[in-house]
Design a protein around this ligand. Structure first.
Ligand code: GSH
Length: 247
């Protein structure tokens, strides 16, 4: 019998969003429990995940945490278009390429986007946005030459898109909101990194990705976090928030 699956999530968290995308791509039935991460966690939630973070996936009698590992576990457990088994023809190579791509995107590019969002100084914001685009041009664009529209010529999303799409939504949508990300980002990406731009648009248009996307909520929460960080900086206190990687 298939295990019952419950996802503990907050819809503005991109890490939790990854797991939603994986579950939907795999066509798995699951329940959603919303956890408000803007307030102290309830004892009930801390009993499920003692570190209080989302996502947590209750899978049968297991509690799984860490979004990347949860998605990998699901993709391994339910063979599909997301990921070949390592024993399939070209499976090991596809898995290497997906891992390499995801490492490259999050290791070399996305932190610069997060820093753009959370920078308070307009000139620094512009410089960081430019550095993000340069990192995409240099490191990510060459890996997407055969995207069709997804990684490695796949016409359906792979694990690479599952892990990146929630973050790409922010790259494409936040520049519409004054003061968060300079508005030149999407247009410049389209011109300088056409493979990446096409790929990001395709990934963020998938139903599995848009299903729980709430742009107003993400913008509101991002602005709140920026204010909180500013207040912490001006009061000379310790950081009250965990940093840009959660944007
Ligand atoms: N590495 C974790 C990161 C998860 C994470 O940062 N979750 C944030 C929300 S986006 C969270 O739960 N923050 C609440 C807190 O730190 O108390 C993962 O990939 O699952």
């Amino acid at each position: 019998m298939a295990p019952t699956i419950t996802l503990y999530t907050d819809h503005h968290c991109p890490f939790a969003h990854r797991v939603q995308v994986a579950l939907r791509e795999l066509g798995l039935k699951f329940e959603t429990c919303l956890v408000d991460i803007t307030v102290p966690r309830t004892p009930e939630y801390l009993a499920i995940n003692p570190n209080g973070m989302v996502p947590a996936l209750v899978y049968g009698d297991l509690v799984l945490t860490e979004s990347g590992l949860i998605c990998q576990f699901l993709a391994d457990s339910y063979p599909s278009h997301l990921l070949k088994a390592s024993t399939e023809a070209a499976g090991a190579l596809q898995r290497f390429k997906i891992g390499y791509f995801v490492d490259t995107y999050f290791g070399k590019a996305h932190p610069l986007f997060d820093s753009t969002v959370f920078s308070n100084e307009p000139d620094a914001k512009m410089a960081l946005a430019t550095q993000y685009i340069e990192a995409i041009v240099r490191h990510v664009e060459p890996l997407l030459g055969d995207a069709a529209p997804f990684l490695g010529g796949s016409n359906r999303p792979t694990l690479a898109e599952v892990l990146t799409a929630p973050f790409l939504l922010r790259v494409l949508m936040l520049p519409k909101h004054d003061g968060l990300v300079p508005s030149f980002v999407p247009e410049t990406l389209k011109r300088r990194a056409p493979n990446s731009h096409r790929w990001a648009q395709a990934a963020t248009a998938e139903k599995s990705v848009t299903a729980i996307w709430d742009e107003d909520l993400v913008v509101k929460r991002t602005l709140e976090r920026i204010e909180k960080r500013k207040a912490a900086t001006y009061s000379g206190g310790n950081e009250v928030d965990k940093g840009p990687s959660q944007s």
